[in-house]
Design a protein around this ligand. Structure first.
Ligand SMILES: [Zn+2]
Length: 173
C-alpha cells in the first residue's frame, strides 16, 4: 500500500509574518564581489570605446573586417591577423519601436533599438544599440546613422559610451 501526502504539515509563512516579526528573521547582505575577464578582443574593444573609437579585427584569409572584433575567424577557422579602426557611422539593419523601457515598464514615448552595421567593417557586421533624435515616422531600415558619443569624462569603457546612433543630417557624413 502506498502512503500519499495530501496535506503538508506546518503553517505557511507570508511577508506579514516576516515583516511583523511573528517569526524570527535575520537580514544579511552578502559581499558577492566578482571579477570577469572580457577576453582579448572585447577588452580592447571596450578600451577603445572609452577613447571614442571603434575597432575591429581583420582576417587576411577571407579579407573580412570583423566587428565587434573577434580573435578567431569562424569562416577560416584560424586566428585573425590585425587590429583596424572602423568609422563611427553606419546603417540601420533592423530596428524595433518599443513602448516598454529596460525594466519592462510601459512608456508613452517609444525608445528605438536595433542593429547598426558599421562603415569600414564587412557587410552586416554591427552591434545592437539605441537610436535617437529620430521619430517613429522617420526611422527606417537603410538609414545612415552616426554615433552620439558621451563626453570623454563620462565614458567608462562600455558600449553605452555611445549614447545612441542618430541620423546623419545633410553634410554630416
Ligand atoms: Zn577569415
Amino acid at each position: 500500500m502506498t502512503a500519499r501526502v495530501d496535506r503538508w504539515p506546518g503553517v505557511e509563512l507570508g511577508p506579514k509574518d516576516i515583516e511583523g516579526r511573528v517569526v524570527t528573521s535575520v537580514r544579511y547582505r552578502p559581499a558577492a564581489k566578482f571579477a570577469w575577464s572580457a577576453g582579448e578582443a572585447m577588452s580592447r574593444f571596450l578600451a577603445e570605446l572609452q577613447r571614442g573609437r571603434l575597432i575591429a579585427r581583420q582576417c587576411n584569409t577571407c579579407r573580412r573586417i570583423l566587428f565587434p572584433p573577434r580573435m578567431f575567424c569562424e569562416e577560416c577557422y584560424r586566428p585573425t591577423d590585425a587590429w583596424v579602426y572602423v568609422r563611427d557611422t553606419g546603417t540601420i539593419e533592423t530596428y524595433s519601436v518599443s513602448y516598454l523601457d529596460t525594466d519592462a515598464r510601459r512608456i508613452t514615448e517609444p525608445i528605438f533599438v536595433g542593429v547598426v552595421s558599421i562603415d569600414g567593417a564587412s557587410p552586416r557586421m554591427g552591434i545592437m544599440h539605441y537610436f535617437g533624435e529620430v521619430t517613429k515616422e522617420e526611422i527606417r531600415i537603410g538609414m545612415p546613422v552616426q554615433a552620439k558619443w558621451r563626453p570623454a569624462e563620462d565614458r567608462v569603457g562600455s558600449v553605452l559610451d555611445i549614447e545612441y546612433f542618430r541620423p546623419v543630417r545633410e553634410g554630416g557624413r
